[in-house]
Each structure stands twice: as C-alpha cells, then as structure tokens.
Design a protein around this ligand. Structure first.
Ligand SMILES: C[S@@+](CC[C@H](N)C(=O)[O-])C[C@H]1O[C@@H](n2cnc3c(N)ncnc32)[C@H](O)[C@@H]1O
Length: 413
C-alpha cells in the first residue's frame, strides 16, 4: 500500500527527542527531525490522538543540522541525536527534563554533567543475529541493521565485532544474540544460542589475541568456554569482579562522577542502597559509612556483591538478595539516607510507601534512567520530600536517554 505523504513544520521536540509538529491539527512525531524544519513525511502510524511520520524529504533545513558521523544513523534504532551538535543534544535533553519536572511543580535549576566522550564511551553492546546479519534493530521494528561497528562502544568491542563476523557466518543458524562487554583491556563475549550445542571456537580464539573470555548461553544457563570468566575491576579503591550477565553502568567515563555525587550527598552514616546491582556503590559507601545495606533482586549481581564484600573485607556491608518491594520494609530501621537506582519501570508502589514511612530517613537519593517514571514517583514522594538538587548526567550520549540524579530532603513536620 502506498504511504500517504504530508508536509509538516516542526515546532518542538518530544520526550524522546523526536521532532513534533501538527498535520491538519493532529500532533505528529518525526524521528531525526529538527525544530524549524519543513519536511515531507510519510505517515507510518496514526491513531485518534497522534501520528508518526518518517522523513521523505527535507524541504527547509535547520541551521543546526549536521552530517551524522555514523553511516547507519537513521536506519539503526540505537542513536537519536547524531544529526546535530552535542551541545544542542544537551540543550534538548535539559529542556525535556525541565518540562517533566515543572509539570509536577519542581522548578529547580538542572545541573548538567556532559559526557567527556560522546562517542566510544560504552562498555557493552548486545547484537542481534539473523541470516548472516549481525547488528542492532531498527527503531520500533524487529528488522536487523547489519553493522560492522558501533560508534558508541569502546574500540576494543569494535575490533572484536570484526573478528566475530566470520565465526557467526559459519554458525548463523545457531546464534541468536552476542553480548560483548569490556573493562579496561579485558573483553568478554557471550554467545546466546538457539540450541544446546558446543560450537567450535578455536579459530575465533586464535584471532582475538589475549585478555578475552568466551562464554555461551542457552536458555539462561551460562557456560564458560575459554579465557576470562569475569571482568576484574579496580574502581575507586575497590576490587571487584563482574559476571557476564551482571548489571554494570555502561558509561566508562561518567560512572565515577555519578557515584561521587551520591557520596557527597549522603546524610548521616547509615545508608540503604536499593537496586544495588553488583555492589560497587554499596562497597564505596561502606568505606566511609558506619552501616550499609544493599538490596538487589538479581542473583548474579548479588553473588558479585558478596564477592566484592569478601575481597575488600567490608564487614559493615550487608547484601540482601530479593525484591525491594518485599525487603525494604523489613530492613528500613534507623537509616538516615535511602538511595534508589531502579530499572526503567521506576519504583514499585510498596517501595514508595516504605520510603515515606521510614521516618528517620532524612534524605533520599533517586538515580533514574527514565525521566517519565522518575516524575511519576516524585509526584507521590513530594508530599513528604522537597527537592534539594537535580543533576542530569549524560551517560547515554547520542541516544534519547539520560541519567537523572535527584537529591531529596524529608519535609519536617
Ligand atoms: C539501574 S540498575 C542499578 C544498579 C546499581 N545501582 C549500579 O549502579 O550498578 C538496577 C538494578 O536493579 C535490579 N532490580 C530490578 N528489579 C528489582 C527489584 N524489584 N528489587 C531489587 N532489585 C531489582 C536489577 O537487577 C539491576 O541490578
């Protein structure tokens, strides 16, 4: 069916950084469109409240438009902002956060922490494999865009992608995904398989040099095949090891600054760290606080956090494995600061209630990778907490995402 073509004037940006305008009075979102541009778009989706358009032709360019450095930009769904300068991207992200916060009555100044390296900053990528294609998916689609490298990841990962290609071509019916993770000069490659078979990795191993590890996973069960089995880290004076499937912050350059800002804002010396991951932040806090409790659902992360506790001899750190919604009420006790760093879904209602009822907790630090669920939660918390400071850490440059750090103080009654 021939798609309908329409003209549109872009007047604003949406919450994901897409251009927004109106066609016959109805809101239309257009990916990779810039404010003040006039475009010819094809309508790819329409419902009663909005439309989505795809650029067919730029009729009037914005002076902000730049040539994207990546040849896959616009096809691959990974990046949203390579068509404009990094400074403009930061302005848009700051405006998105400002608009969201002001909707719930917060008008604090937003402290912006840019990424010192807007490219080659990621230590992890998950690639999809199908019919000899290795790559990332198109936005809102299951179509794989074949890539030879990704400009967002560390070059060690890109070198490995180049070497993996031949191996995957030989085994493409068996491999579903490939996860590559890097830490300094170490690299782990995890092949997620469609069948429970052992592949022949010998020539791949020969081509990869040293300081790498190969693992394969079938139905969630990870098997170590060759070389490194985990990534060793020395972060802020702590020794740690991460399993290939444990959560770790993906930005090689801003994570330390994010953690330092958290530490700077701790009140008192008894801290609960909810959604604590592999325990790095809990471990750093345990060095200066009297008592730290970390709560984490993932078993792999919990095991890493326990190892970190053991290696660094942190006797004042307790790692609890479980759902924060169930565990927080039983441990909240007399803690002064609660930190939360939930996944995109934000806080469970039970977690919000437990924090509100934890009357001794004077300070809350909320780290969020989704400003929509963050503002949903802050809107409930605002009856008990006032906002002291807000920081936008640009941990995911060139993509539509960013990290927000909010410092909240309990309102004295
Ligand atoms: C955004 S990560 C933050 C990790 C950690 N704060 C860090 O900086 O490395 C969110 C973590 O929450 C964990 N998680 C998800 N749902 C959870 C739940 N209901 N209760 C506890 N932890 C959960 C995930 O496994 C993940 O490790």
């Amino acid at each position: 069916m021939k798609k309908e073509l329409k003209e549109i004037q872009i007047t604003d940006y949406g919450y994901s950084g897409e251009g927004v305008g109106r066609i016959d009075g109805k809101v239309c979102f257009v990916n990779n469109a810039l404010k003040n541009e006039k475009l010819l778009v094809s309508i790819i989706k329409e419902n009663s409240s909005y439309m989505k358009g795809e650029i067919v032709q730029i009729l009037q360019n914005s002076p902000d438009r730049e040539k994207p450095p990546c040849k896959y930009f616009g096809h691959c769904g990974g990046c949203s902002y390579q068509h404009l300068s990094y400074e403009k991207e930061l302005e848009i992200k700051k405006e998105i956060l400002r608009a969201r916060l002001s909707k719930i009555g917060y008008n604090n100044q937003i402290n912006l922490i840019p990424n010192p390296n807007p490219y080659n900053y990621r230590n992890k990528i998950k690639l999809f494999v199908c019919d000899n294609k290795i790559g990332l998916k198109k936005r809102e689609s299951s179509v794989i865009v074949d890539i030879d490298k990704c400009l967002l990841v560390d070059n060690l990962i890109n070198n490995a992608i180049e070497k993996i290609r031949h191996f995957v071509e030989q085994n493409n019916k068996l491999v579903e995904n490939i996860v590559l993770r890097q830490e300094n000069s170490q690299i782990l490659i995890n092949f997620i398989l469609k069948k429970d078979v052992k592949l022949d990795y010998s020539s791949l191993c020969q081509s990869l040099g040293d300081n790498f590890g190969i693992l394969q996973t079938y139905k969630g069960k990870i098997k170590h095949i060759f070389g490194l089995n985990s990534l060793k880290v020395n972060e802020m004076g702590l020794l740690a090891e991460f399993n290939v499937d444990s959560f770790h912050q993906v930005n090689n350059f801003l994570t330390k600054d994010l953690f330092l800002k958290v530490i700077e804002n701790i009140k008192g010396d008894r801290v609960i760290n909810c959604y604590s991951g592999a325990g790095i932040l809990s471990g750093i806090l345990a060095k200066s606080c009297e008592k730290v409790v970390g709560i984490e659902l993932g078993l792999s992360e919990h095991k890493d956090a326990e190892k970190l506790k053991r290696i660094n001899n942190l006797l004042n750190l307790t790692n609890i494995c479980g759902d924060c919604a169930l565990k927080l009420t039983s441990v909240q006790g007399d803690f002064n600061t609660i930190i939360v760093d939930p996944p995109r879904a934000g806080l469970d209602k039970k977690v919000v209630d437990a924090i509100i009822n934890c009357k001794r907790c004077e300070r809350m630090i909320y780290i969020s990778c989704d400003s929509s669920t963050l503002t949903r939660d802050l809107n409930i918390l605002k009856k008990c907490f006032s906002m002291k400071e807000v920081y936008l850490f640009d941990m995911f440059s060139r993509t539509s995402e960013f990290e927000t750090l909010v410092i909240l103080d309990r309102i004295k009654t």
